[in-house]
Structure formats: structure tokens, C-alpha cells
Write a protein of this length. Structure first.
Length: 380
């Protein structure tokens, strides 16, 4: 069973963006802990419980074929369809997320909340349930365990959250339908983060990537094909295949990079042939910066993913820095890079082993992020 060790990132009216990690303390698969509204907290915790409920419901509906031979790769799990197929909001692997489930979560929203914000929150809940399932699969596939210390920390966090809501830890868990197993999954999430961002791995990254920390600046052209990381597998594969075809034509000399950017890129920089102003490593989202900084001047990178979509980058030039990096700041930057790599591994499962299917997937039901390239890095 999976509790969600995922983030919930919401924009509500005039409130600043709040990235909510319901249980895992300061850092989990999702980011920093911050809750600005009591009702947001309740909605978030309902998402956690619903991620578990989804798996429980699907497991109860699963009936293994009698005496059926094993299929390559473990075969496909047979799951009964809901009574009304139109009730399915998304399918992630073998797990179906229903509109009814989303509605049950949104019942915790204030009755006077503007309709526009409710619609936005609905899309956010769907995204988080999708991400929760991707996270669950990753934790299971990689046999991530938890330590007694991390489990104790999760329980302490529950107690603190309960105290803020003037209730006991048990009352809070009952309200959010959380179990001991849920808390264990939160501890597993924390273990995974600690493993991939260990002091040794941070030090190794800093040592092998000096230009990311010494003030080096580079200038690039890039091509963006917009696609949300939690879009349907069909949309993701279509977007990536389009960029792969563009890259092949550039490599074969059939198309110049700047012309391809003008023709195909969804970034405003297309008007300048994909050219971006010179930037430091920390000026861009870390997957974009890392791909650019690891590419030699005059060369083209492989395809890289950010929250805005898939990118192809050509490095135009670089100005080597000579600054002495601040050790603590370097660790923070390295942590963000390794963390982003983990997130992309979770997202990439949709392209390979955990297909996302969203019925009637269109811009009206799942608005895509505004196409952009030069976004400052977000602090994790």
C-alpha cells in the first residue's frame, strides 16, 4: 500500500505557492514543508489517504486468471472496470483514479471557494494522485526500506501537526485515514532522499562539476516542446518523438538548429532562433542547466526534461568562471540537482513501465504550463 510521499503544490487565490509535504518532515520526494491554511492541510491529507484507498480498491478487484501461464515481464494485472467508464479521471499503470474519488477529496474545500479555484484544485488533486502512484511504484521497484529513526521522525511530525490543529495524533490520523503502513511509506520516502543526497554523493557531484559552482556562464539556443511531466503517456511520447525527429534532422544537416527553433519551439525564444541570454548554472531549472553545462561549445545536448516539457540545447559559447564556491551553497545546489534527477526518474516511468491514460485529455481539462525556458531555479 502507498500513502503518498508526494508533494502537493497549490495556488489558492492571493496565497503564495505552498508546497505541502504532509508527513515526512523537512524533505521528502516532494520538497519543503509549509501549510498556510487549515483546509489545505485537510485536503492534502485526504489525498494521502485516497492514494492508499485507490490501491486497496484495485487490489480487491484484482482476480488472477486461474492456471494462466506467466507472461513476459510478469504479465498484466486484470482489473474490473468501474460501473461507469466515464467516471475514470485517469489510469496509472493498473490503478484507476475516479472522478468520484476526486470529488470525495474536494468535499473538504470551503463551500464559498470560487469555482475557478475549485477547478484548479481539482486538476491539482488529479496530478498529485498520479504522482503518488508513480512514487509508489518507484519505491516498490527499488526495494526502498525505512529506518527506525526516520519512522520516529515521521510520528513526531504527526504529533506536531496534530497539536497545531488542537487534536491528538490518533485523532489526526483517523481524520486523514492514515495507518501505520502509511507512516512507514513516508519513512521510506525520506530514506530514499537521504540515500541519493548523501554527503558523499553531494561531494562527488561538486568535485566532478566545478563549472556549476565557480561563476561560469554559458549561452545557448534551445528548442522546447511543451508537455507537462504528468500528462498522459500518449502526449509525452508524442512530444518526445517530435523532438527526437527534429534532433535527427539537425544532426543529418537537413535543418539548422536556429531554423528548427523558429519552426517548432513553443518557447518565446523561438523568435530569436531559440537564443537565450548568457546564464549561470543557478539561473535555470537544474535539469536544463546540467544538460547545458555538460555539453561542449558548438555541440548539441541530448533531450532533457523539465516541468515545462522536453528540451534540445545547443551551446553557443561559455565564459569560464574563477570564483571560489561557497561550500554550503554548493551543497544546496548539488542537492537540488540530485533531487531533480530523482523526480525525472519518477516521471520517466510513464514513458516505459507505468503508462498514464487520461480519457478526453485536452487543453480544457488539463491546462498545460505556460511555455517558457528562462525560468529561475526553484528552491527545494
Amino acid at each position: 500500500m502507498y500513502n503518498s510521499s508526494s508533494i502537493v503544490t497549490v495556488r489558492i487565490g492571493k496565497h503564495d505557492r505552498a508546497t505541502v509535504v504532509p508527513l515526512a518532515g523537512s524533505r521528502s520526494i516532494a520538497g519543503d514543508y509549509a501549510v498556510k491554511d487549515k483546509w489545505v492541510l485537510i485536503v492534502v491529507m485526504c489525498i494521502c489517504a485516497s492514494a492508499v484507498a485507490l490501491r486497496s480498491e484495485e487490489s480487491s478487484q484484482t482476480k488472477p486468471p486461474a492456471e494462466s501461464p506467466a507472461l513476459p515481464g510478469g504479465g498484466e494485472t486484470q482489473i474490473n472496470s468501474p460501473k461507469d467508464a466515464s467516471d475514470i479521471a485517469a489510469t496509472v499503470g493498473d490503478v484507476k483514479i475516479t472522478n468520484e474519488k476526486i470529488d470525495s477529496i474536494l468535499q473538504n474545500l470551503p463551500s464559498d471557494m470560487p469555482q475557478k479555484e475549485k477547478k484548479s484544485m481539482r486538476n491539482q488533486v488529479l496530478n498529485e494522485l498520479i504522482f503518488a502512484e508513480l512514487s509508489h511504484v518507484y519505491l516498490k521497484a527499488n526495494h526502498v526500506n525505512y529506518t527506525k529513526k526516520n519512522l520516529e521522525n515521521v510520528k513526531k511530525q504527526i504529533s506536531k501537526m496534530a497539536a497545531k490543529q488542537k487534536m491528538t495524533a490518533r485523532q489526526l490520523m483517523e481524520k486523514a485515514r492514515l495507518t501505520e503502513e502509511n507512516l512507514q511509506d513516508q519513512a521510506r520516502s525520506k530514506n530514499l532522499i537521504e540515500e541519493i543526497t548523501s554527503p558523499q554523493k553531494l561531494a562527488d557531484f561538486i568535485r566532478t562539476h566545478p563549472s556549476c559552482f565557480n561563476g561560469t556562464k554559458i549561452q545557448v539556443r534551445h528548442i522546447l516542446i511543451t508537455c507537462e511531466p504528468l500528462a498522459s503517456t500518449k502526449k509525452q511520447k508524442t512530444a518526445k518523438a517530435k523532438l527526437e525527429k527534429i534532433a535527427a534532422e539537425i544532426k543529418d544537416g537537413k535543418l539548422k538548429f536556429e531554423d528548427a527553433a523558429r519552426m517548432y519551439s513553443t518557447c518565446p525564444s523561438k523568435e530569436k532562433g531559440g537564443m537565450l541570454p548568457e546564464f549561470l548554472f543557478t539561473d535555470m531549472l537544474s535539469p536544463f542547466s546540467l544538460a547545458a553545462f555538460e555539453t561542449d561549445a558548438g555541440k548539441m545536448s541530448g533531450i532533457t526534461r523539465t516541468k515545462f516539457g522536453f528540451h534540445l540545447i545547443k551551446v553557443i559559447g561559455r565564459t569560464e568562471g574563477k570564483e571560489k564556491p561557497d561550500p554550503e551553497k554548493a551543497k544546496e545546489i548539488a542537492w537540488g540537482v540530485l533531487y531533480a534527477e530523482l523526480q525525472n526518474k519518477l516521471f520517466d516511468q510513464a514513458l516505459k513501465t507505468v503508462p498514464i491514460i487520461i480519457p478526453n485529455d485536452n487543453p480544457q481539462t488539463r491546462p498545460e504550463a505556460k511555455a517558457t525556458a528562462g525560468k529561475p531555479n526553484e528552491k527545494k
